[in-house]
Write a protein that binds this ligand. Structure first.
Ligand SMILES: Cc1cc2nc3c(=O)[nH]c(=O)nc-3n(C[C@H](O)[C@H](O)[C@H](O)COP(=O)(O)OP(=O)(O)OC[C@H]3O[C@@H](n4cnc5c(N)ncnc54)[C@H](O)[C@@H]3O)c2cc1C
Length: 474
């Protein structure tokens, strides 16, 4: 919907959202029934698409479909995945299809269905700058400017590539040296070519599977390189899934910085591994090629190898230098096409530069408060909330779909300064209590020694801390 931008000083939105991926779309969907808040969301792309460069037809979501935009904060919302199936007359068919996991294509259809129903989303408008004037934010987009009391950032993560490749990536090399996020857009020519996929996570695995299972894409040689010691699975076991719950997120938030950093490293494969079904599929494709259909060994696997150098070759290709992480042996391989499935990370939005000096930052990024607002030195009545930029505060669930409805509800409660969504503590399998020496705990709030405060939510989604009183071991 096209709503004219205004420079009218009396018109101030309660909140302006920047970016419309699933995270801000969830916030917009849960805001829709909240008539007391006047909000607007801007997205630079012309329409909603969920990571279209990686929208493989057979890719599935890695979480339950109940972790949709709204259900876990409001199971009665009309923007749930089940409402989408019902409205599209495919609920019975969906049940009978009995998918173990929902297709990413179908979740994208669902997201687009929600986006088309919300009145306050504007596509094709990049936010260029966010500044402060007269106790309000001024948000400048490609089409004008608006004023707002709060900002909700939902601009996602930025692709990262190995340092040695950065200088070679430009418009001329975009189909031979590319980040995976652009894979389906750029359509690199892989058939009969020497192809290297760098990165041993889910995205690298999806690209390898795509190359192995589509005869018209089949490379002459395929190398799959990963820093990891093996092609490792995602840990989807029940106790690990507990890390993706509100209780755990709040518990994690209450830990010391040191504990949060070490837990994040320990919990990497709760979110960054390859789904087991995909690992099995790739293994089977390799087996079929080698022993059943006469293609021979069609893929060279290089786990625990670091890409340490890349240079152009004389035949318009690339020479890659790999170092084995076990024995430091250096190998070179030649490639026509190199695809980096090397992840993404949060980078501060350039549009924030007019106010960047006011935003509190620590070693690992912005200092994010319990309600997901960034601590800052601007007017206290104005807040900037951040989605997908608080992993160091909130743990492995931060970039994941699991907590999006809960986080949106928390942000909305904070925007409204009342409990619009009841997200008070839910049941957890863990008992986040230990025997605590209260006196020592009060003297030393460094939780790295095993003494810690328990966190609990106030009704409006705010965080209170209390020290757990000493109790006798059972
Ligand atoms: C291929 C893939 C599959 C995934 N699958 C799963 C899964 O199954 N389960 C799971 O839990 N997680 C999954 N994730 C992780 C996560 O859920 C997704 O990355 C999710 O899309 C993150 O949502 P987001 O809204 O933060 O960012 P994005 O989806 O990246 O959206 C950000 C949006 O902001 C816009 N934007 C950026 N800057 C501006 C600006 N200045 N002005 C206006 N608009 C701007 C961008 O154009 C973009 O549309 C997946 C990630 C990827 C890459």
């Amino acid at each position: 919907m096209d709503i004219p931008l205004t420079s009218d000083r009396t018109c101030i939105f309660d909140a302006v959202g920047v970016g419309l991926g699933p995270f801000n779309l969830s916030t917009a969907a849960l805001l829709e029934p909240v008539k007391k808040l006047n909000t607007r969301f801007f997205e630079r792309e012309k329409e909603f698409q969920w990571h279209p460069g990686l929208l493989f037809p057979d890719a599935t979501i890695q979480v339950s479909f109940l972790k949709d935009l709204v259900t876990l904060a409001d199971p009665q919302s009309r923007y749930s995945f089940l409402s989408f199936l019902f409205a599209n007359r495919r609920l019975y068919r969906f049940i009978n299809a009995n998918f173990t996991r929902v297709s990413r294509v179908e979740f994208n259809q669902y997201f687009r269905w929600v986006a088309n129903r919300l009145p306050n989303l504007e596509f094709g408008q990049e936010v260029h700058s966010i500044s402060v004037e007269d106790e309000s934010f001024i948000v400048c987009t490609s089409r004008g400017q608006v004023r707002a009391r709060n900002i909700v950032l939902g601009t996602g993560l930025q692709p990262t590539v190995p340092e040695c490749a950065v200088d070679f990536m430009n418009a001329k090399t975009q189909r031979t040296l590319l980040h995976a996020s652009k894979y389906l857009h750029r359509e690199p020519r892989t058939s009969g070519m020497r192809v290297v996929v760098v990165g041993g996570g889910q995205t690298g695995a999806e690209i390898v599977q795509h190359l192995l299972s589509n005869p018209d894409k089949a490379p002459k040689t395929l190398f799959w390189v990963s820093k990891r010691s093996n092609f490792l699975p995602l840990d989807e076991s029940p106790f690990t899934n507990e890390l993706f719950t509100p209780n755990y997120s709040d518990y994690f938030y209450g830990l010391s910085a040191q504990d949060r950093v070490s837990l994040l490293a320990e919990q990497k494969f709760a979110s960054d591994g390859i789904s087991n079904s995909l690992l099995e599929r790739i293994y089977q494709l390799l087996y079929q090629a080698e022993f059943l259909n006469g293609s021979g060994r069609c893929c060279s696997l290089y786990p625990r190898c670091d890409l340490v150098g890349i240079t152009p070759s004389i035949q318009d290709g690339w020479i890659l230098t790999l170092r084995d992480g076990f024995n430091c042996v250096v190998t070179t391989i030649e490639a026509d096409v190199v695809i980096f499935a090397t992840g993404s990370m949060y980078k501060p939005l350039p549009a924030l530069s007019p106010i960047m000096d006011l935003l509190a930052r620590g070693e690992h990024g912005f200092i994010v408060q319990d309600d997901y607002s960034i601590q800052w030195d601007g007017p206290p009545s104005l807040k900037i909330y951040i989605q997908n930029g608080a992993k160091q505060w909130r743990g492995v669930a931060d970039p994941n779909l699991s907590l999006i409805a809960w986080r949106s509800a928390k942000i909305i409660n904070s925007l409204a300064a009342e409990c619009i969504y009841d997200i008070a503590e839910s049941n957890s399998v863990f008992d986040f209590t230990r025997t605590v020496d209260t006196q020592r705990s009060q003297e030393n709030d460094d939780k790295s020694d095993g003494y810690f405060s328990q966190t609990e939510l106030s009704a409006a989604g705010g965080l209170r801390r209390r020290h757990v009183s000493a109790r006798s071991p059972a």
